[in-house]
Design a binder for this molecule. Structure first.
Ligand code: HEC
Length: 212
């Protein structure tokens, strides 16, 4: 009895408990923002409260009436990967970016003619994970939850073949398969620390070259 409850043994047990907890937290934190099981990604939720990085728009009427990814693409990165990006300028293992497709709702506003957002019509994702996608170039895998009629979303998605999505990203994206050249929040925030967060004078530095 005395042996079992000896102080050294107790300290040892507590230390083991702390270690196991640390391992469990470490394993969970890399994948807090998505769940990938049996070759399927569960549709992530809550991403509109992540970090919003920008909205490229490739409208049908500028693409012979049939854009590959029609209309606006609202892009978000998970907050932990954003923190890592502004600190190191790299996408950490476990990064997830969501791309929400939004139709062109109107082409005229009181401010002028343009492309204004209408309805949510689709959802895509990309994830970098050595553990799950060790055979994908750059460890990036690509998913779509959009249905063909663009009226609902699937519950799960399987990764596309590399030729369908990954290859174009690998060849043309500015940073590690991600099109940061179209997201100033990311390109200007790269390893910029506090200067990445907005509202600082340094935000306008690139504008000083305008008009040349
Ligand atoms: C012909 C090239 C091309 C192909 C093929 C392609 N993409 Fe992209 N993708 C882009 C470009 C360019 C952007 C950024 C600008 C935009 O959204 O139009 C982008 C952005 C994204 C983003 C936002 C994060 C990022 O990496 O910039 C996701 C998510 C995405 N694509 C998913 C997919 C999926 C899923 C497929 C396959 C079904 C796919 N892409 C196929 C060119 C491509």
């Amino acid at each position: 009895m005395t042996k079992i409850f000896s102080p050294t043994r107790l300290v040892g047990l507590v230390a083991l408990g702390v270690l196991l907890q640390a391992v469990a937290i470490g394993a969970a934190s890399a994948e807090t923002f998505f769940k990938y099981k049996n070759g399927k990604l569960e549709r992530p939720t809550g991403y509109r409260e992540w970090i919003y990085v920008g909205t490229p728009v490739t409208p049908n009427d500028m693409n012979d009436g049939a854009a590959a990814f029609p209309e606006h693409h609202n892009v978000y990165i998970d907050p932990d990967s954003w923190k890592h990006w502004k600190k190191t300028g790299e996408f950490r293992d476990g990064t997830i970016l969501m791309k929400e497709l939004v139709s062109v709702g109107s082409k005229a506003a009181v401010s002028g003619a343009g492309y204004f957002q209408g309805d949510f019509i689709g959802l895509e994702a990309t994830i970098k994970s050595k553990k799950h996608f060790k055979d994908e170039p750059g460890n990036w895998a690509y998913f779509s939850f959009s249905t063909p009629d663009h009226k609902s979303l699937t519950e799960t998605a399987e990764p596309f073949a590399a030729a369908s999505c990954n290859a174009c990203h690998q060849g043309a994206a500015a940073d590690d398969w991600v099109f940061t050249q179209y997201y100033p929040v990311l390109s200007q925030g790269k390893a910029a620390g506090k200067d990445a967060i907005g509202g600082r004078k340094s935000d306008l530095t690139p504008l000083m070259g305008m008009g040349k």
